[in-house]
Design a protein around this ligand. Structure first.
Ligand SMILES: [Zn+2]
Ligand SMILES: [Zn+2]
Length: 224
């Protein structure tokens, strides 16, 4: 399915804390199949196990975070219905995901307070405009690795939540991985039965810190 033009039903809440006001967008319905956890190995990177529908919603959340410098994008994933793991023995706790621009300067220490005040939220439909081709984002000398500090996604884990922050370009540079997972992943899975299908998302200088994996046990998706 094409990402561009896809619709994502969300809820918007405006939360006031002291003199600051935050706009928080979350899915109108919880994602049924998206388990996020820090892997129990030496690399301590994050694994996000998804089905087809969750992959699309997460890609749209990534795009929304990219385009909306004033918005906190919140994906409550701790209560996901299918708690699948890459390795059965991995019992690290499930985490939520928050995506936002670093320019917002939102301190994760305030998150619990903001989350408690979301209320019901106003329904809002987000429509995807897709991601820009990576080539259009590179520097003129085509050195994708020579990014400025502003152009990497950074992570922090607090309050059982993974916070990913970045600039427009930092989020945009990993858009192609999300697009591939959503648009080309399903056909790839069909043509490569039994093989591992994933998108590796660069965070800080780890090119695959966020490992987004299509669940082997739910290849057609739990909503199908
Ligand atoms: Zn992989
Ligand atoms: Zn599964």
């Amino acid at each position: 399915m094409k990402l561009e033009g896809a619709r994502w039903r969300t809820l918007i809440s405006t939360v006031r804390l002291g003199r600051d006001e935050y706009q928080v967008v979350r899915p109108a319905k919880p994602l049924r199949h998206a388990s996020l956890y820090i892997t129990d190995d030496a690399f301590r990177n994050a694994e996000l196990l998804v089905d087809k529908v969750a992959a699309r919603e997460l890609a749209m959340a990534w795009e929304l975070a990219m385009r909306s410098p004033r918005t906190v994008v919140y994906l409550p994933l701790r209560q996901t219905e299918y708690e699948c793991r890459s390795f059965e023995e991995d019992d690290e706790p499930l985490l939520d995901l928050v995506l936002m621009h670093h320019s917002l300067g939102f301190p994760p220490s305030l998150w619990k307070e903001v989350r408690a005040r979301l209320g019901r939220g106003r329904p809002h439909v987000v429509r995807s405009r897709g991601f820009l081709p990576v080539e259009s984002l590179l520097t003129p000398d085509y050195q994708p690795l020579r990014r400025t500090c502003r152009d990497v996604v950074r992570h922090r884990v607090a309050a059982r939540t993974v916070f990913l922050t970045g600039s427009w370009k930092a989020f945009a540079l990993t858009g192609e991985q999300w697009r591939w997972l959503v648009e080309d992943g399903p056909r790839w899975i069909h043509e490569n039965p039994g093989r591992h299908c994933c998108a590796e998302i660069a965070v800080e200088w780890d090119w695959d810190w966020l490992h987004v994996v299509r669940c082997d046990d739910h290849r057609v998706g739990v909503n199908a």
